[in-house]
Write a protein that binds this ligand. Structure first.
Ligand SMILES: *Cc1c(COP(=O)(O)O)cnc(C)c1O
Length: 224
């Protein structure tokens, strides 16, 4: 292994406050790297491709907590429904309904986060704040006993402008408060704010992140 996964992991963890959890983003990295992180105590891993995730689940110990962090096509939910703990980037009612269907089939509850689109980049993915408001106001999610909405997820713009990154995280944090008080005031499970990646997680933590998704800083550059 030409990358000091254990050392990097220790370094990242040392900077995290107690209330912030680390999702180790292991996409495109070989399973030996995941095992090194596992040996160092890491249990939450994030992947973004269904086939790769499926393969790694078979090769890693059973107590790993898997998060799906990428864009998930509805027709692929069935493959990960038996084991996935959290689907982080849910941005449509249709996807929620499919998760409900597949989770029910396996008699499980699957945790999800709603993905927000706040960054300036144009991407197809993520809900605008207004779209997220509408989705929640519509109320169909209340009829999904096997889907548990645990919070929000977002990615900041890919930029060196720290003020802009901070503004985007702050927008997300304020929106979290709005959604929490409007729909989930009594729901203890609605508490996750998933923002912060290798380059911006210290800023994310200042902006109330509860879950950082760090890949490169632990495992090195991805080999595509
Ligand atoms: C790849 C990825 C990450 C990790 O990015 P790094 O810059 O390698 O830390 C975090 N979140 C999402 C959604 C990703 O796709």
């Amino acid at each position: 292994m030409d990358y000091d996964v254990k050392g990097n992991l220790r370094e990242v963890i040392a900077t995290l406050p107690d209330n912030v959890r680390l999702v180790a983003i292991s996409k495109y990295h070989p399973v030996e790297y995941l095992k090194a992180a596992y040996d160092e105590g890491q249990r939450i891993f994030g992947e973004s491709h269904v086939q790769e995730l499926d393969r790694k689940v078979g090769e890693m110990p059973g107590d790993v907590v898997w998060h799906f962090i990428g864009h998930l096509q509805t027709n692929k939910v069935k493959y990960i429904a038996p084991y996935i703990s959290m689907i982080e980037a849910v941005d449509s009612l249709k996807l929620m309904q499919e998760i409900q269907k597949q989770a029910a089939k396996h008699e499980r509850v699957i945790d999800i986060l709603l993905e927000l689109h706040i960054a300036e980049e144009s991407t197809k993915y993520g809900l605008t704040l207004d779209a997220c408001r509408s989705l929640l106001a519509e109320g169909k999610w209340r009829e999904m006993p096997n889907v548990r909405i645990c919070g929000l997820m977002m990615m900041a713009s890919f930029t060196d402008d720290e003020d802009q990154i901070r503004r985007e995280f702050t927008t997300a944090a304020n929106f979290f408060d709005e959604v929490k008080s409007t729909y989930f005031a009594d729901a203890e499970h609605f508490r996750e704010r998933s923002w912060g990646m290798s380059d911006d997680y210290p800023i994310a933590i200042e902006c109330r992140s509860t879950m950082v998704r760090v890949g490169t800083k632990i495992f090195g550059p991805r080999v595509y």
